[in-house]
Design a protein around this ligand. Structure first.
Ligand code: AHR
Length: 669
């Protein structure tokens, strides 16, 4: 966050509590419920090309020639053949380049990448390929090319590789890009007449997150780490279920050598009739080992979600036979038990051994498992039962996350909560993609949705039941389905209810996380990117402001003895406060969702004397504005300071909040 002069701040100069001001009483003597370390989290799903073409830094599409159209993403030329007896049994296809038959003909391949291959000037890229030369030796030329250039040459970087064996071997060469380009291609062609067979053709930036070889795209993974997330839920969403069971996400296919991870169809390929992505598959290069490692790298608690024996209910509406029969769930239950062993088991256990061989002998110390993504009704509740029984019996310390389905309220939601309570799920995953009025809890929204909308959602929850995981949510503007500023401010206001209810809300995550600007199916999203650039949405900054300032304990904050949640007479204000035992700071968050300036007074009961408050402010005039690739920092939080005064009884801070703004105050106790 940047430091700058506060253009959005006007401190009032009164020495006492101003009469017209909204007085927010913060009871600094009362340290409330602990804020869970899992607050505030991230939810990763391979939607919008978030994995292949996104966070997973592989630049070659269809690198193993396993797409149903084996040459999708490739342009093959000259004398070539696709063969299927390669060295990797679950990815058997490869391409043979043969003598083109004339000195002025060529045999080769070029790959278009994901919406092009993005390269950065001066950066190194690691090209690797499994190859064999049936005649014992062969040569290939590898080039970065620009097919759209008006320059003399298409190629702008080149390497020559000698293939030196008739057996399959992996070859590698590092190539530097002399230019930044969004849509390069990789071209490989035969140099000479000797046949060469090519399999698992790969290109990664050398510079990846934490320098993990062939790992995550550095800028995107860093953005995740910069949130300071408490949790990482993976691998989805609806992809956990699949369009059908055959294409559900299967974690066991995502571990071990990447060359032998079978391809899977992506659930988001044809979901929306107005946005088709026929080339959307999952290479599983970003698999469960990588997810656990990423969680560790960014300091987040891992929360894997596994299939409960159901295909996506949205895509198999009321079709009982799309799902696994109740008496055939055992392999799915076993997948859950095996996953816990993979994550936590000793290095000599069956699944722990694979983890150790992949480079992580120590356990990942997984504590939570989600069973079922966004399922509803008896089909789900009945299937969940044997999973709960089996996990409890073998791993009583693992916390089970069930779900209340896709609605944020209503009959099915209540039925889901009742079923999860009955089965003693530890947490219930709630999803809500709702419009502005819902987040504000307006009279109109309450008439439509009932009392569970708006800023007092969690006050009525049973304190003894399962805890809440607000696992997918975002404000979807009415007629404005993009990341506009206004929606982010409403999310910020609503989130005060998470803080107020720290004793029931244990985990949260905005959704979805990533979107490629040329490959999205769903918006708004938290982080957008193209092949070389990225930007953080305003919603990202809201999440970050909460996550980096979550404190250790809830601290009561009221106005006229009521919680500040945009209620009648509160002029659109939402507010909450926490205490951080580690820093000794009182952290107050105030959101003005009204279109007028609002005077506020923080009345810090229990502390005396002057203080300096550190502030972070999110404030902007254009409600429909958003950050963009070309203007990624158009709207960002700004740091500043404000003076607290020694009021008559307590320390007091008088302030004025701009319309539609979010200000966070940190004051040493
Ligand atoms: O986040 C996008 C989708 O929304 C998820 O896949 C699903 O769980 C929900 O319906």
């Amino acid at each position: 966050m940047k430091s700058s002069i506060l253009t959005c701040a006007l401190a009032l100069s009164s020495l006492t509590v101003s009469a017209q001001s909204h007085v927010l009483d913060v009871n600094t003597k009362k340290i409330g419920a602990p804020v869970q370390s899992t607050m505030y989290g991230l939810f990763f799903e391979d939607i919008n090309y978030a994995a292949d073409g996104g966070l997973y830094a592989e630049l070659i599409k269809n690198r193993s020639f396993e797409f149903p159209d084996h040459l999708m993403g490739w342009e093959a030329f000259g004398n070539f053949e696709v063969e299927d007896d390669g060295p990797f049994e679950r990815c058997p296809h490869y391409v043979e380049l043969r003598d083109p038959g004339h000195k002025e003909r060529r045999s080769g391949l070029s790959n278009e990448g994901f919406f092009g291959i993005g390269l950065k000037q001066g950066e190194d890229y690691r090209f690797s390929v499994w190859a064999k030369a049936p005649q014992g030796k062969a040569k290939i030329i590898v080039q970065f090319i620009d097919r759209a250039t008006m320059e003399e040459k298409q190629e702008f970087a080149e390497a020559k590789l000698d293939i030196t064996s008739s057996d399959w071997k992996q070859y590698e060469v590092v190539m530097k890009s002399p230019r930044t380009i969004q849509k390069a291609q990789l071209r490989i062609y035969l140099d000479g007449k000797n046949t060469v067979a090519l399999e698992h053709v790969s290109l990664f930036p050398v510079n990846t997150f934490k320098n993990r070889k062939n790992g995550m795209r550095a800028d995107l993974a860093q953005a995740l780490a910069d949130v300071h997330p408490g949790l990482l839920r993976f691998p989805g969403g609806c992809i956990v279920e699949g369009v059908d069971l055959a294409t559900r996400y299967q974690w066991k296919n995502t571990i071990g050598p990447v060359e032998n991870r079978p391809l899977n169809e992506n659930r988001w390929e044809y979901t929306f009739p107005y946005r088709f992505y026929p080339d959307y598959f999952q290479s599983y290069g970003l698999g469960f080992f990588e997810f656990f490692q990423l969680s560790e790298d960014i300091g987040a608690e891992p929360l894997p979600v596994l299939n409960v024996g159901m295909a996506c209910q949205f895509q198999n509406w009321e079709t009982e036979d799309a799902h696994v029969p109740y008496d055939q769930l055992q392999p799915y239950i076993q997948d859950c038990l095996d996953l816990i062993e993979f994550a936590n088991g000793p290095a000599d256990s069956k699944w722990g051994k694979i983890r150790a061989e992949m480079g992580h002998p120590e356990p990942f110390n997984m504590k939570y498992i989600g069973v079922g993504n966004e399922q509803w009704d008896d089909l789900y509740y009945k299937r969940l039962e044997p999973f709960v029984a089996a996990i409890r019996a073998k791993y009583p310390n693992i916390k089970i996350v069930g779900t209340s389905g896709p609605d944020s309220e209503g009959k099915m939601f209540d039925k889901g909560w009742a079923a999860m309570t009955k089965q003693k799920a530890d947490l219930v995953d709630e999803h809500f993609y709702r419009p502005e009025a819902w987040f504000l809890g307006t009279a109109e929204a309450k008439a439509k949705y009932g009392d569970k909308c708006g800023g007092l959602r969690y006050e009525s929850y049973d304190r003894k039941g399962p805890k809440v995981f607000a696992g997918e949510y975002a404000c979807h503007g009415k007629g404005k389905k993009w990341n506009h500023y206004e929606a982010s401010i409403l999310e910020a206001g609503f989130m005060t209810d998470f803080e107020r209810n720290a004793d029931v809300v244990y985990m949260t995550a905005y959704a979805p996380l990533f979107a490629h600007v040329e490959g999205w199916q769903w918006r708004p999203d938290l982080i957008w990117f193209d092949n070389t650039r990225m930007f953080k949405s305003v919603s990202y900054y809201v999440q970050q402001m909460y996550a980096q300032n979550k404190g250790t304990n809830m601290m009561p904050l009221t106005m006229n003895k009521k919680p500040v949640a945009g209620q009648d007479g509160q002029d659109g204000l939402f507010a909450s406060s926490v205490f951080d035992k580690n820093t000794g700071e009182i952290i107050v968050k105030v959101i003005n969702t009204s279109k007028q300036k609002q005077a506020v007074t923080l009345n810090l009961q229990g502390i005396k004397g002057e203080r300096t408050a550190q502030t972070i402010t999110l404030c902007h005039d254009g409600m429909d504005d958003e950050n963009t690739l070309d203007n990624p920092e158009k709207i960002t939080p700004k740091q500043g300071t404000l003076q607290c005064e020694a009021g008559q009884k307590n320390t007091v801070l008088n302030d004025e909040l701009q319309p539609m703004s979010f200000r966070l105050y940190k004051i040493k106790k």
